[in-house]
Design a protein around this ligand. Structure first.
Ligand SMILES: O=C(O)CCC(=O)C(=O)O
Ligand SMILES: [Fe+2]
Length: 449
């Protein structure tokens, strides 16, 4: 369970996992540094002014130097392989959030292990220096050994060998993904902020390719069609986080409503798609589920109404047409944001209700790796509390309940903490309902009217 053990600015994921994620980078940095130092200090023996005395002195120096040197290199390599292996295993086990970093940890660890392949090449040269096999020209053997440790001559003779450099660079990438990127987003949100509303919605500018919030195949307009809602509504709310706002809602939807939606969608499912900013496609690796667009009957209109009321009938919010999402065994949705940073293009998903319509399953929790586990024991009714090495907060799918969160800050930038996933369903079926509210500020002219 995330405990804030290591580093915890602004509730990002800085805990003991952070330390373990950075471990291979730290040890491979030490190896790189050691390699640079070794090259620097041993090269002094090759200086023409020292060479004659070096030839005499080097074998005995090497006998003293080499025991410690080898132990240090092997210890660092063992730590790198252990750290790399640990990250590979945990990323594989979580199956999701680590997906982006898994190839880098794997490549870095394979490359680190491949350093052992150099042993047959370097061992005879080192042995030759130690035993002074050349009888007075041990600096030649040293030269041969150092060359193996460096980038080949035509490139940069003073750099350590490429595999050491590459190992280091490969481990840097997951550290960027998990630590540097969230840090930058957390502390400098304005760097990624879209232009101000007054710049965006200037009537004098030509309309760009926009998200069409008047398209009723996409948005559920408030069209005045009358609808009946049962009078027995009643949900209980529990505040998980104020910033970003995250509220757990018990009984957001009644059993009758949930069953009705399950029935109306049963014959309408098609494979879910992912959108990469340009195209929509089915990608079972990222998202394995089926989805069904819901007709706007009384039950659905009641839910739209409930979602609007829950958000204080906030102006400029538009409820997206609702989709049921069905996950069978091994169904999942990898970590993602529901927001797209698309305010500039006409709107963005301001908030999400993740409603559990059916939860006759094992697994399938909704995971937020960048949230901190709240303290109260009471949360264990709704959250996975047994740890299992997972990160952040995982909501258990419970029929009728919902998780509500706001995706956007007041300035329109997305919250990095809302990075979330549907963990794989391991048994049975889970059906979720997405209720997304789009935000589109009213167009203003340049004078701000
Ligand atoms: O099913 C879940 O737990 C989350 C689904 C989700 O994040 C989505 O559909 O955007
Ligand atoms: Fe989502």
């Amino acid at each position: 369970m995330a405990s804030g053990l290591f580093f915890d600015p602004r509730t990002l994921i800085f805990d003991h996992r952070t330390l373990l994620r950075t471990a291979p980078l730290i040890t491979s940095t030490c190896t790189l540094w050691y390699s640079l130092d070794q090259d620097f200090f041993l090269n002094a023996f090759l200086h023409p002014n020292h060479r004659t005395r070096s030839n005499e002195f080097l074998p005995s120096y090497f006998r003293a130097f080499f025991g410690f040197g080898t132990a240090r290199v092997l210890a660092l390599l063992t730590l790198t392989l252990t750290g790399g292996g640990y990250n590979i295993l945990t990323e594989k086990r979580s199956g999701l959030g680590g997906s982006a970093s898994l190839p880098w940890y794997t490549a870095g660890t394979i490359l680190a292990a491949s350093h052992l392949l150099f042993v047959p090449a370097v061992a005879p040269k080192v042995q030759a220096v130690i035993e002074d096999s050349s009888k007075g020209s041990s600096t030649k053997d040293l030269e041969g050994w150092l060359t193996i440790h460096r980038v080949p001559k035509p490139l940069m003779a003073s750099l350590p060998k490429l595999s050491t450099l590459f190992t280091w660079a490969l481990y840097l990438i997951p550290v960027y993904i998990f630590i540097l990127d969230p840090l930058v987003r957390g502390f400098f949100p304005t760097l990624l902020a879209p232009p101000r509303d007054s710049d965006l919605f200037d009537d004098s500018s030509a309309p760009g390719p926009g998200i069409n919030l008047t398209d009723d195949s996409f948005i559920s307009p408030e069209d005045g069609v009358p609808f009946n809602c049962p009078s027995t509504e009643g949900y209980r709310v529990h505040l998980l986080s104020r910033e970003p706002l995250i509220i757990y809602i018990e009984n957001f939807i009644s059993e009758t409503e949930a069953n009705h939606i399950l029935e109306m969608s049963v014959n309408k499912y098609t494979p879910s798609i992912v959108y990469d900013g340009q195209t929509e496609r089915v990608d079972p690796n990222k998202r394995l589920s089926d989805r069904a667009l819901l007709d706007r009957d009384d039950t659905v209109r009641c839910l739209e109404d409930r979602a609007r009321a829950f958000q204080g009938w906030r102006p400029d919010l538009y409820i997206e047409r609702m989709w049921a999402q069905r996950y069978n065994a091994s169904g999942h949705y990898r970590h993602h944001y529901d927001w797209a940073g698309s305010l500039a293009r006409g709107g963005d998903r301001f908030s999400t209700f993740m409603v559990y319509l059916d939860a006759d399953c094992e697994g399938g929790g909704t995971n937020f790796p960048r949230l901190r586990m709240p303290d109260g024991e009471g949360w264990c009714r709704f959250l996975e509390c047994d740890g299992k090495g997972e990160m952040g907060v995982t909501f258990k799918p419970i029929k009728g309940n919902a998780v509500f969160w706001e995706n956007l800050r007041a300035d329109g930038t997305g919250y990095p903490e809302t990075w979330h996933a549907a963990f794989p369903v391991t048994k049975g079926t889970k059906v979720g309902l997405n209720v997304w509210s789009w935000y589109q500020p009213k167009r203003r002219n340049r004078s701000g009217r």
